[in-house]
Each structure stands twice: as structure tokens, then as C-alpha cells.
Write a protein that binds this ligand. Structure first.
Ligand code: TYD
Ligand code: MG
Length: 456
């Protein structure tokens, strides 16, 4: 007889507890533990008794079975996925609601089906008419894509198992799927885990590519895709600010490729369009004559990307001056501020500091230190940076600049976009002739640019 068991499961990491508690001991998140009822059919059986089948073991140097990659034709997507979709793989695409996950996947499936691949799009969130309307808006009405609106896992698997398996299946979204042998509501950790497991096994069994859409919610009501990250082969996040039209597709896990590649898109009235030259887009409204603005020559994945870093420094009378950061790590900002104070005596401790990476991009590279420092000092001194200048370099706690990788790629991109000067750490010799280089050794070199007579 089926026995009902109540457990308390963390919506973030999936850890389960016997009793409710406010904080999850595993991941440390608060108020994410919810009651879940899971039916356990009978007592758990041990392995004894039935014999299993022996598995064929192979050596590492045996010829590899060819794993063809399916190119969607949307270069930015293929790039973020490490060069197309691998047969039999499971991909999880996460992101805030309304960021454009469904739009991107519908466009990708449209393109693939137009190329003759058998694609199935299962929507558990929208009705057929809604998806059709979106397809019309995206100009995909003629794409031979198979659309299904269903939330029952059993019905979906029966449909997919019928006949030749499709090349790609999109499940939009995993939180809406419902397995009828698990007695908890759709979206709970047990449901999400069971549905994902079944779909991933289907992918491995049939060689179909399964793309799962996962929601990320702030309050943890729905199980975040964190639980799923371990189960799938590839995890990509679709990020961006809804106030901006730029969307960035970032791989965070990839068993079949590199993880730090990004794809850049722009949300338009007719769907997502690819941005092949992100630097030009991020610098579109850049005004070099404004104090507090510095252009950072960064690297995202294997591509150089130029972005504008804006800072505002204002004297504050509050005991704890405000620090607000958008698009960069606040801990890193605190470090740069402390170094500028301690090594160059700028007195930023008594100032409110606001820092913004223009365009909604999130930067994680330490090479941005120099550009952040330049923007801060420029705002403090009210003197703009020299025109046509890019800045990059890492700052160490001792106040020295440290060289960063891929200097040539950074300089080449800068020169391509009309920049003629670069402030950068002394490092390897570069063969770049087009740029006038200004090498930085210590933070005081940067400060003396803006305060030639010393800091008062
Ligand atoms: P959607 O793909 O539904 O987001 P998600 O699946 O991640 O929840 O995208 C919804 C948003 O995209 C919506 O706010 C409207 C906008 N949008 C456009 O601006 N242009 C378009 O052509 C489409 C289809 C959507
Ligand atoms: Mg959607």
C-alpha cells in the first residue's frame, strides 16, 4: 500500500528535513523550506534477490562514437552552447520570468525545423493560440515545428515515444510539468526532480536533445533550477535587465564545451536579434567628455567586449556612506576603494559611491579594477579621462597594477572601435602598433593623471 510521507524540502538546493526549520543547513538560504508530501509505494526494497544485467566496460582509448552537433543557425546561441547542440544531451535554460526564454527557444526551434530537423515544442504555460500568435510575430508561421500544449509528463512521454524520436524537444517549463505518480503539486522539488529525471533518461535513451526551461524566482516558491543543475549536461542562464533591451546568454556548466562563452541578443519588436558586435552596442551612448566614465576593454569568453563603467562619488555626512553597485561585485569595489584610500590617500571612505556598468552587462573579470579606479578618480576630480582611451588591469592590495591576459585582443578591439590610447599595466610586449600605450605601475600613476599637483 502506498504510504504517505511528509518531508520538508529546501526550494533552493533540494535538501530534505524531517521537521520544518527557518534556515537550510545545506545552502544557508532562509524561508525556502516547504512541506512536501511524497508517496512512497511500499517499503523500500533492497537490491538483494533480483540480479542485474552486466554493463559493458570500455577503455578510454577505444574509438569514440561520433557525436554530431546540431547547429541552430543562431550563432550567438550556438556559441554560448559551446558550438551547437550535442545529440542526446539535456540542456537547462534558466532566467527571470519575462526575460525571453520562450521567445529564444521558439526562434531556435523554428530555425532548426526550417532546416529539416524534427523539433517538438511543448508548452506547459501558454495555450496553443498564444504560442501561434508569438510565432506569427516572429515570422515563423511556416516553420514545420510541432507544437503541443500539455503538462502531463505521462502524455508527453507517450507522444514522444510514438514513432521515430524527434531531434529536439523543448519543455517550457519544467516547473509546470506534472508526473501523476508523485503526489505533490507541480513546481515542487520532488515533481521537478522526477519530471527532469524522466525527460533526461528519455534524451539519453533515444539520442534526442532535451531543452528544459527553468524559472528562477526570488522568494523560492517554485523550486529553483539549482536542483536540476546537477542532472543536466549544460546549464545556460539568460540574463539581462528588463529595462534594457540587451540579453546575455551565459553558460555556467557545459559537459561538451567551455563555460564562459556568452551570446548577446537584443529584444526587438519582432523577437530576439543577434548582436554580433556587442562593444558597439554597449558604447552607443558613451560620452567621453563626462567625468566619472571610463571604457573598460574586457574579455567575455573568447571575445573582447568594450563597456563603459560609470562612477559617481559624492561627499557624504552620513556615518556609513552609501555604496551601490550595478553589474560588478560589491566586495571588489570595497577593495578598490580601500586600496585607493590606503595607497593614494584619496579619502574615499567619507564619500557615497555609486558604480554602474552601462548596458546591463555583469562583469566578473578582475581586469576591470583599473577601469573602475579610473572612473572613481575621474568622478572625484571632476576631470574626464583623456578622449579615445580604454583602461584595463588588475589592482593588487599593495597598490600595484598586475598584467592581465589577452592584451592583444583587447587592444585590437579597442583600435577597431576608434580608440587610440590605452591605460594598462606593464606586461608582456605587445605587437599592437595602432594604439598609444600608457603603462601603469602603481595606483598613484593613475591618480597623478587627475591630480597632477597631488591630492589635497
Ligand atoms: P518570453 O519569451 O515570454 O519570456 P520568458 O519565457 O523568459 O518568460 O518574453 C516575454 C517578453 O519579451 C515580453 O515582455 C515581451 C517581450 N517580447 C518582445 O519585446 N518582442 C517580441 O517579439 C516577443 C515575442 C516578446
Ligand atoms: Mg516563457
Amino acid at each position: 500500500m502506498a504510504k504517505e510521507k511528509t518531508s520538508y524540502v529546501c526550494g533552493d538546493c533540494g535538501a530534505s528535513y524531517r521537521r520544518w526549520q527557518g534556515k537550510c543547513d545545506d545552502c544557508g538560504s532562509w524561508n525556502n523550506i516547504k512541506e512536501e508530501k511524497a508517496a512512497v509505494s511500499g517499503a523500500p526494497k533492497g537490491l538483494s534477490g533480483k540480479k542485474g544485467r552486466s554493463v559493458s566496460l570500455v577503455s578510454l582509448n577505444e574509438p569514440i562514437k561520433h557525436q554530431p552537433r546540431l547547429m541552430t543557425g543562431i550563432d550567438e546561441l550556438d556559441r554560448a552552447l559551446g558550438g551547437g547542440l550535442v545529440a542526446g544531451s539535456a540542456i537547462l535554460i534558466g532566467g527571470d520570468p519575462g526575460i525571453g526564454k520562450s521567445t529564444l527557444l521558439l526562434q531556435a526551434m523554428g530555425e532548426l525545423s526550417l532546416k529539416g530537423h524534427d523539433c517538438v515544442y511543448i508548452s506547459g504555460e501558454e495555450a496553443t493560440a498564444q504560442v501561434q500568435m508569438r510565432a506569427k510575430r516572429l515570422g515563423l508561421t511556416d516553420a514545420p515545428l510541432k507544437l503541443g500544449c500539455e503538462t502531463s509528463l505521462r502524455n508527453i512521454l507517450t507522444t514522444l515515444d510514438d514513432g521515430t524520436p524527434p531531434a529536439v524537444v523543448v519543455i517550457d517549463s519544467i516547473q509546470t510539468m506534472y508526473a501523476d505518480h508523485v503526489e505533490s503539486a507541480p513546481g515542487t522539488v520532488s515533481q521537478v526532480r522526477v519530471c527532469a529525471h524522466e525527460l533526461i533518461s528519455f534524451a539519453k535513451r533515444k539520442g534526442t536533445i532535451v531543452i528544459l526551461v527553468g524559472h528562477v524566482t526570488k522568494d523560492g516558491q517554485i523550486a529553483g533550477p539549482r536542483v536540476l543543475e546537477h542532472m543536466v549536461d549544460t546549464v545556460v542562464y539568460f540574463e539581462g535587465d528588463r529595462g534594457h533591451q540587451f540579453r546575455i546568454l551565459r553558460a555556467v556548466k557545459n559537459r561538451y564545451g567551455g563555460t564562459d562563452e556568452i551570446g548577446v541578443f537584443e529584444m526587438t519588436g519582432t523577437g530576439l536579434s543577434q548582436v554580433t558586435n556587442p562593444s558597439a552596442l554597449f558604447l552607443a551612448d558613451h560620452n567621453a567628455r563626462e567625468p566619472g566614465s571610463a571604457v573598460f576593454a574586457g574579455i567575455e569568453g573568447s571575445r573582447p567586449v568594450l563597456v563603459e563603467i560609470q562612477a559617481l562619488v559624492a561627499r557624504s555626512s552620513a556615518a556609513n556612506p552609501r555604496r551601490a553597485v550595478v553589474g560588478w561585485d560589491s566586495g571588489r569595489l570595497a577593495m578598490v576603494l580601500a586600496v585607493l584610500d590606503a595607497r593614494a590617500g584619496l579619502g574615499l571612505a567619507g564619500c557615497d559611491v555609486y558604480l554602474n556598468v552601462a548596458g546591463g552587462l555583469k562583469i566578473s573579470e578582475p581586469a576591470a579594477d583599473a577601469a573602475v579606479a579610473a572612473a572613481l578618480i575621474s568622478s572625484l576630480s571632476q576631470i574626464p579621462l583623456p578622449e579615445e582611451t580604454v583602461v584595463f588591469g588588475e589592482i593588487s592590495l599593495s597598490g600595484d597594477f598586475r598584467s592581465v591576459s589577452q592584451t592583444d585582443a583587447r587592444l585590437k578591439e579597442s583600435s577597431k572601435l576608434g580608440f587610440s590610447k590605452a591605460m594598462m599595466p606593464k606586461g608582456k610586449k605587445t605587437d599592437q602598433q595602432a594604439m598609444q600605450l600608457h603603462t601603469l605601475e602603481r595606483v598613484t600613476d593613475l591618480v597623478s593623471h587627475f591630480f597632477p599637483d597631488g591630492v589635497e
